[in-house]
Each structure stands twice: as structure tokens, then as C-alpha cells.
Design a protein around this ligand. Structure first.
Ligand SMILES: O=C(O)CCC(=O)C(=O)O
Ligand SMILES: [Fe+2]
Length: 288
């Protein structure tokens, strides 16, 4: 059955979903992130923005955000765009972003260019949750509709940013902007007198190196206390074939109360690989 959300993402590279967050949850998330923004230092660099504050470790600093990470609308999108090209998708980064008054526009970019290779499919999909109303004045994310392409033809130095069609992702707080990793976009300039706060959840194919180091952010003694779905999202799950293991074992073993000192190395193979081996065995190729 056609899914309008997926179709819009495929056509435009982004979609706005208004009021996706429950108001009660928005209140809790707002309180939790406000506490940390008070303490957060300004970012350094033209990309993060000198007049901007950001922080990660969201699942422990702002636990209410755990409910956003696996929102069913979000997982539906990730299942579609990332699911077919990995065993499971992972959290690339979760970050709260406050663009302060006077902040200039962020350089337009495609987030998945952080992985320097030719891409034949989407490596990443992001969700920007609005914690404040996002407006043109306060620096709502600027998107370049239909700029998503996995082709190598795009060049940052020759792209015609000025003539390209742009849209301001204005949305009421509690809404979500979902966009593909290949879409050109960037935070807007904040010309208002108040901060613009959002939370980015970025998901990527499970076999990539992530932007936020999840294992150091949530070591086993911390991850143990997180819900099982979040534990998997941050990597406490082996990725077939045999990626991300501990002693060639699923890393979730480290979350158990008693961790065996010696673990067997186990093949974690998808059916296609096991079928190849079975075929070799059937031909007697591997006979001793
Ligand atoms: O703050 C925003 O609106 C966008 C931020 C962004 O695109 C990024 O940090 O990669
Ligand atoms: Fe970005």
C-alpha cells in the first residue's frame, strides 16, 4: 500500500510532520534540555556555529528523549530507507541544538558526506524535532527540496546555492522534520531575540562508524539501565556478518549481570552467506 510519508521523502528528500510529539512529552523534554543548555558551552567552528550550543549523551542527560528515538513513525521511515541495506540500522548521533540570537546561517551540506565514498543508496536519515516553534526569523532549518541525490555529480564549490529552490522548515514545537542524508540543508540564521531549540536524531546503516561514539557515551554499566530497544540502537547487538562483536560474540553479553570469562566465537551470518557455505559443503569442497 502506498505510504504518503515515504513517497514525499522519496520525491522531495524531506517531509514535515506537525505535532508528532505528545504535549506532555514535549514539556518533559523541554525541561530536561533547558537544564543542560544553561550549562552547555558555545560551539566552536563555522559548521556547528560559534553562537550555537549543542550537547549529546541525550539518553542519560535528557531521558525523556528515549521515547523519541524509537517513535513508530520514525522507525517506519528507517525500516524503509535503511533496513534493506544493513542487518539493522543504528543511532548515528543524538544531539540537542540551540541556535542563539545573532547566529549566522549554517553552511548548506549533505549530512551523509561525512562518509567519503560513492553512495548508491541512502546511508543516513535524520529527524529534527522542534522543541521551540521553528520560524524563518529564529533559524528554522533551511532545506533544498529535491536536492537529494546519491550521484557524485554534486559539487559543493560549483553548486548554485543562490538560484536553487529553498524552503524554510517552519513548524510548531512538537513537530518533526525528517530528511534524507543526501538532502542539502542547514540551520538558518537566528534574527530573533530568543534561542531556537531542536533535537536531532540521526540514524545510519548499521555497518558505518557513527558520529557520536555510542559505546563511550553509554558504556555497559550505563547502557544496562537503558530500554532494550535503545541498547540495540546504540550498538549492543552484533551486526551480521560478524561486525561489532566482543570475543566474536554479540556485545549484548556485556549487559548481563554475570559475564562469562570465556565465550565461544560464533558465526553471525545472514542466510545468504550460510547458504553459500552449505552449498560448498554439499559439493564436498570442504571435506577434510
Ligand atoms: O540546526 C539545524 O537546523 C540543522 C543542523 C544541521 O543540519 C547539522 O548540524 O548537521
Ligand atoms: Fe545537517
Amino acid at each position: 500500500m502506498p505510504d504518503p510519508l515515504i513517497e514525499t521523502l522519496e520525491n522531495d528528500g524531506y517531509v514535515l510532520i506537525e505535532n508528532l510529539m505528545e504535549p506532555n512529552l514535549l514539556d518533559r523534554v523541554t525541561d530536561e534540555v533547558n537544564y543542560w543548555f544553561e550549562k552547555a558551552p558555545l560551539c566552536q567552528g563555522d559548521f556547528y556555529g560559534w553562537n550555537t550550543k549543542r550537547f549529546g549523551s541525550l539518553f542519560t542527560k535528557a531521558p525523556a528523549t528515549q521515547q523519541l528515538a524509537l517513535h513508530p513513525t520514525v522507525t517506519r521511515v528507517m525500516d524503509h530507507f535503511l533496513g534493506p541495506n544493513c542487518d539493522w540500522y543504528q543511532l548515528n548521533v543524538a544531539q540537542a541544538v540551540r541556535i542563539l540570537p545573532g547566529s549566522m546561517q549554517q553552511p548548506p551540506h549533505r549530512d551523509q558526506d561525512m562518509w567519503p565514498c560513492e553512495k548508491k543508496f541512502e546511508y543516513m536519515v535524520n529527524v529534527m524535532w522542534a522543541i521551540d516553534d521553528f520560524t524563518e526569523e529564529n533559524g528554522a532549518t533551511i532545506v533544498y527540496p529535491k536536492s537529494h541525490t546519491t550521484s557524485e555529480e554534486f559539487d559543493y564549490n560549483t553548486y548554485d546555492y543562490k538560484s536553487a529552490k529553498k524552503e524554510v522548515a517552519a513548524m510548531p514545537k512538537g513537530s518533526a522534520l525528517v530528511f534524507l542524508g543526501s538532502l542539502i540543508h542547514g540551520g538558518g540564521a537566528n534574527k530573533s531575540l530568543a534561542g531556537r531549540t531542536g533535537i536531532i536524531f540521526s540514524y545510519s546503516l548499521g555497518w558505518l562508524k557513527g558520529s557520536e561514539n555510542q559505546f563511550l557515551t553509554y558504556p555497559p554499566e550505563v547502557a544496562k539501565k537503558l530500554p532494550p530497544g535503545i541498547q540495540e540502537l546504540i550498538g549492543y547487538k552484533i551486526h551480521m556478518p560478524n561486525l561489532g562483536g566482543v570475543e566474536s560474540h554479540c556485545p549484548s553479553v556485556l549487559l548481563k549481570d554475570i559475564i562469562p570469562e570465556n565465550l565461544p566465537a560464533i558465526d553471525y551470518f545472514p542466510k545468504e552467506i550460510q547458504d553459500i557455505i552449505d552449498n560448498m559443503k554439499a559439493q564436498n569442497l570442504l571435506a577434510s
